[in-house]
Ligand binder design. Structure first.
Ligand code: URA
Length: 436
């Protein structure tokens, strides 16, 4: 087999076979196929696309390029969730213990904040003592005991994705739906999940900006999963403003605790309950999403989801008592409010701009090696559709430096639009696509 022929085949729009895809992935990881040939194939894929079956072959070949987590000692069902990334998106912190309380096992491997989106690991690290990156043995042990465990992505998992993503990043081929599909799914399956629920976000602050683009990715994830005999649900959700009211590492842990007590904001709860319910259905615990939603609400009401979260905190080295003591108290050194310069309704909040405003504070980072701060961030006192009076506080900001706080206040001010018309509000769940 020659890589040149595979490039030509894809250039002409034909689908590669399972053997051809395996040859290409193996050859690239071993160094036998040079990056310039892989780049050329990536660009051909970008323009010609891939069939769902072919994307499934690529996913499988990528999984086989590295370590695969062995979770076969666990009773299961093993179901995980992946979000394409949002601002104020702390769903994982609520969904994992809630799904666990419903009988699902959630092997959750997450990432760190980058650019405008936050990272689950940074949020967990703001809990005193919490170890967000743990050994495989401890991960398996905690998963068996509490039904969910959290850790970072291991370097040995899917090396083909790391190599290929680095190449995509510099060759203009990141925005290819089949390549994104194989990249996301290979990591999740290598990490031990049997079934997956996706939150495909759509809107100005999301990776997929339009409804069409979000739907294309959702269909690709579901159909590629189907070709691999996996249960997949993709929920397309609106990301037209940040999720919930708090943005910041410890602030988001606090808001998650409120949700686990059944006191969370409506938008965050709607998305979290829906995604968790689909995990319960994908895991075969309830046959319909309505019955699964009832089970989720029961597990919130009886306190078992909150208890799972706190038990996980202890098992991952965190100080449960100190966490609860600091809740709603621990804050960065300086605080200041952004106030409304006009009267009316909050017409829109640019979540991308708000995510970017978190970077100078230390909520997130520009480069992977930058540090983040646990206690900085902001609380949205007014969200989309809410009435505001002139001079009323819109956002409370916490920063470690006074000047930074002022800079960020100006950045947030430009993200808010206040006008005379109350915007329509509806469900954040735009569409659901399933292979069950
Ligand atoms: N996230 C991933 O993990 N991979 C992609 O290709 C794009 C987003």
């Amino acid at each position: 087999m020659r890589m040149t022929d595979l490039i030509l085949k894809k250039r002409e729009g034909d689908a590669l076979s399972k053997g051809e895809i395996e040859f290409l992935v193996k050859g690239y990881v071993s160094g036998e196929i040079p990056p310039y040939q892989i780049s050329s194939w990536l660009m051909a894929v970008y323009f010609r696309g891939m069939s769902f079956e072919e994307t499934g072959f690529l996913t499988r070949a990528m999984i086989g390029s590295g370590k695969v987590f062995d979770l076969s000692s666990l009773a299961g069902p093993l179901v995980d969730k992946h979000s394409t990334g949002g601002v104020g998106d702390k769903v994982s912190l609520i969904l994992a213990p809630l799904a666990a309380a419903c009988g699902v096992q959630v092997p959750m491997m997450s990432g760190r904040a980058l650019g405008h989106t936050g990272g689950t690991l940074d949020k967990l690290d703001s809990i005193p003592g919490y170890k967000s990156v743990i050994s495989e043995d401890l991960f398996r042990q905690i998963l068996a005991e509490t039904g969910f465990a959290m850790t970072g992505q291991s370097q040995d998992v899917v090396p083909a994705d790391r190599l290929m993503y680095a190449l995509r990043d510099v060759t203009g081929t990141v925005e290819s739906v089949p390549l994104i599909t194989a990249s996301i799914m290979s990591k999740k399956f290598a990490e031990g999940a049997q079934s997956l629920v996706f939150d495909v976000k759509c809107g100005a602050g999301a990776f997929m900006k339009t409804r069409e683009a979000a739907e294309e990715l959702a269909v690709s994830l579901v159909e590629t999963g189907r070709s691999l005999d996996r249960k997949i649900v993709a929920v397309i959700t609106a990301m037209d403003e940040p999720l919930g009211r708090k943005v910041g590492n410890f602030l988001e842990v606090e808001e998650s605790l409120a949700c686990l007590r059944g006191e969370g904001p409506a938008d965050l709860m709607e998305i979290t309950l829906r995604l968790t319910a689909w995990m319960v259905v994908a895991g075969g615990i309830r046959p319909t999403v309505e019955e699964a939603l009832d089970l989720c609400r029961d597990r919130l009401a009886d306190g078992s989801a909150l208890e799972r979260f706190l038990r996980n905190v202890t098992l991952q080295g965190g100080d449960r008592d100190l966490l609860l003591e600091r809740e709603n108290r621990a804050r960065a050194a300086f605080s200041l409010d952004l106030t409304a310069g006009a009267e009316g309704f909050v017409e829109s909040i640019d979540s991308y701009a708000l995510g970017m405003a978190g970077i100078p504070l230390g909520v997130g980072r520009n480069k992977t090696e930058d540090a983040v701060e646990p206690l900085v961030g902001f609380e949205l006192l007014k969200k989309r559709g809410e009435p505001v009076k002139m001079g009323e506080p819109l956002v409370r900001i916490w920063s470690e430096g006074e000047e930074t706080g002022k800079t960020v206040r100006d950045m947030i001010a430009s993200a808010y639009r206040i006008g005379g018309v109350k915007p329509d509000s509806g469900s954040l769940i735009l569409k659901e696509i399933k292979a069950l």
